[in-house]
Design a protein around this ligand. Structure first.
Ligand SMILES: [Zn+2]
Length: 115
């Protein structure tokens, strides 16, 4: 199961971070997720329930922040949202996007620790 292995590697990274900080309890793990990451938020949340069993993160919540798709538009010379998931054109001027800025994220954003 794809999402489960993703969750396990997130917990790996979080575990190293927690080690570095002297093993505090973690209230929540914040994750940034883009629509182009290939991972569905709901699937990730349910995989996390499984992944956290038998780890020090049993009581830790996973909080997913969804990142919108943002592209660089050469005509506007600016970062812009796209028209839709199917149409990667600048929402302002309709020019096809030349570069993806945000949308592929699947990354640990922050840990919320219990003081
Ligand atoms: Zn534009």
């Amino acid at each position: 199961m794809h999402e489960l292995s993703i969750c396990l590697s997130i917990l790996d990274v979080a575990g190293e971070e927690v080690d570095r900080r002297g093993n505090p309890q973690v209230e929540a793990i914040y994750l940034r997720l883009g629509p182009l990451s290939g991972v569905v938020k709901e699937a990730l949340l349910s995989a996390f329930e499984l992944a956290r069993e038998a780890t020090p993160f049993r009581c830790t919540r996973l909080v997913i922040e969804e990142v919108p798709i943002v592209v660089y538009c050469s005509k506007c010379d600016a970062e812009r949202p796209v028209r839709s998931m199917q149409d990667f054109s600048c929402a302002e001027c309709d020019t096809p996007a030349s570069k993806l800025i945000h949308g592929r994220e699947l990354e640990l954003a922050a840990l919320e620790l219990i003081e």
